[in-house]
Design a protein around this ligand. Structure first.
Ligand code: SAH
Ligand code: SF4
Length: 352
């Protein structure tokens, strides 16, 4: 597999391309014009393009399928150079706002949910991605390519802002080096210019890697997939909890550098009869006591053959009210793209 031009920060590309001002031009083609082929790069000399094409490809992924939900969510299936596939999701977070004359006052806001691995090693029992096992890590360029390809497909200009959530297939912190590299590439001023603040890494809780990510000081947000308030249930749901228990995660979060105006998001997957009772809510309040936290309750999305059930709405609401009444910020995630299985935990490798 040849590396792709999306694998490099501008500095790295500058050290590969002579004369160096060409690197900036190439960056413009990649991130402002979304070039997918060397032929697209009009002002780059043919000899340089030939030289580069011996070692690199331009874009390591192509869109092979697309499903559009009634709520505007679009789920993409992308094929990698080795024929493996991953999914990425285009989420509309806010509609376009118009004034009384029909003029746009605020453009619609979007978030892209990206994958970091083909499959996942963590093996959470409630997650469909886990069912296929682990195949391989994505390279930095393959992580970057998801955003470039989805922006291109939606005619989303390079300078229109976008948020990125690392909540697709895979455990981002199990692929930390490539993840960190991709975060840096997204941040490039000459590229997509997506600051750390607009990027959220969701993790099942590899506590030592939360510390490593914190030390890298990339300015990103973290979201912790907590899902349970005691280690017994959490180990049942997330086998890896035996090595990284709840306490080790909470301690790592406390050490994580966080923008003082922001809160750490804790995701809590609610499963009927398992963790939807108020005594769990009470323990959750205690657990997050001295953390600036916000909780996002997620309805368990069932899939065929799962022993778990979706919780009742009234229990969700009661859980949320308990947290709010005890001083925690708490939202219930409205699952987008339910009709096309693009919702949390429903991403899988093959388009079957
Ligand atoms: N591996 C990372 C990021 C990808 S999963 C992590 O686990 O955090 C993104 C989110 O989807 C996680 O919070 C995960 O717990 C949730 N999820 C997985 N399966 C789900 C399901 N069946 N229903 C609802 N949410 C699910
Ligand atoms: Fe992996 Fe996240 Fe799914 Fe768990 S929930 S198996 S960590 S992708």
């Amino acid at each position: 597999m040849k590396p792709s031009l999306l694998d490099f920060t501008l500095k790295e590309l500058t050290s590969l391309v002579k004369p160096s001002f060409r690197a900036k031009q190439i960056y413009g083609w990649l991130y402002h014009k979304y070039a997918t082929d060397f032929d697209d790069m009009k002002n780059i000399p043919k000899t340089l393009k030939e030289e580069l094409s011996e070692k690199f490809i331009v874009n390591p992924m192509k869109i092979i399928n697309k499903e559009i939900s009634i709520d505007g969510t679009i789920k993409y299936l992308l094929e990698l150079q080795d024929g493996k596939t991953v999914e990425a999701v285009w989420l509309k977070m806010k509609d376009t706002q118009y004034d009384e004359n029909g003029e746009v006052i605020q453009e619609a806001k979007y978030t892209i949910c990206v994958s970091t691995q083909v499959g996942c090693k963590v093996g959470c029992v409630f997650c469909l991605t886990a069912k296929g096992g682990f195949t391989r890590n994505l390279t930095a360029g393959e992580i970057v390519a998801q955003v470039v390809n989805l922006k291109k497909d939606n005619n989303h200009k390079h300078n229109r802002m976008i948020n990125i959530v690392y909540m697709g297939m895979g455990e981002p912190l199990d692929n930390l080096e490539n993840l960190a590299h991709a975060i840096e590439i997204f941040k490039e001023d000459e590229g997509l210019c997506i600051s750390g603040k607009r990027q959220t890494v969701s993790t099942s809780g590899l506590s030592n890697k939360i510390d490593r990510l914190g030390e890298m000081d990339l300015g990103v947000h973290i979201a912790i997939s907590l899902h349970a308030v005691d280690d017994k249930l959490r180990s049942e749901l997330i086998p890896m909890n035996k090595a990284h228990n709840i306490n080790s995660i909470i301690e790592a979060v406390k050490r994580f550098p966080i923008d003082t105006r922001k809160r750490v998001m804790f995701e809590y997957l609610v499963i009927k009869g398992k963790n939807d009772d108020l005594s769990s809510a009470k323990k959750l309040v205690k657990l997050l006591n001295d953390i600036k936290a916000k909780v996002n309750l997620i309805y368990f999305n069932p899939y065929p053959d799962t022993p778990y059930e979706r919780p009742e709405k009234k229990d969700m609401v009661a859980f949320q009210e308990y947290l709010i009444n005890h001083g925690l910020l708490c939202t219930i995630r409205d699952s987008k793209g339910m009709d096309i299985s693009a919702a949390c935990g429903q991403l899988k490798e093959k388009n079957v």
